[in-house]
Ligand binder design. Sequence first.
Ligand SMILES: O=C(O)CCC(=O)C(=O)O
Ligand SMILES: [Fe+2]
Length: 202
Amino acid sequence: MDLFNDEADSTVNVLPKDGIVNYYGSILPLPEASHYLQRLLAIVPWRPDEAFIFGKHYITKRKVAWYADEPYEYRYSNISKRALEWIPELLELRARVMQYTGERFNSCLLNLYPTGNEGMAWHSDDEKDLKKDGAIASLSLGATRKFAFRHKQTKETVSVMLPHGSLLVMKGTTQTYWLHRLPPTKRVTQPRINLTFRTMVR
Ligand SMILES: O=C(O)CCC(=O)C(=O)O
Ligand SMILES: [Fe+2]
């Protein structure tokens, strides 16, 4: 099944316990991955991410966009967002990801990190609008970045490099027991887009 990266074995669990993370390696041929990177950079209505934390308003250099089957409202960090309607490029990528993982997804959160200066702090994707213990599939385009996990109790860490066109899936109790983050890095000067396909519930 894995035609573009013979090093990745998607049946291996990257985590030692309390959750399942599978790494599929690159699932897109390079020219195709680059085509999607350029298209998404150009056509997605990228907006800075925002949060209200202890009454203070934060806006990030990281940009976001959110797509879903219905105009769902998504609430996090005291901000409410309404989903955009799918575009053909994202429907194509969702179909690829569903084919690889055998999972279904009804929404996609996109993050754009213009350079290595932008990252994402430790968190878990456990908002109540998300299906509990549902699979989350993460597709990366652009600059290779490190993605790290930290166990909430034992503080063990595990990390994976996510290159252009690669797919990683988090499932089972991963969000209950583990945090994850995208550390900032001085070494990266090129943009990266990450797409996380998710399942929303009402
Ligand atoms: O950019 C990434 O690889 C991770 C993004 C992420 O964790 C999220 O959107 O919840
Ligand atoms: Fe996340």
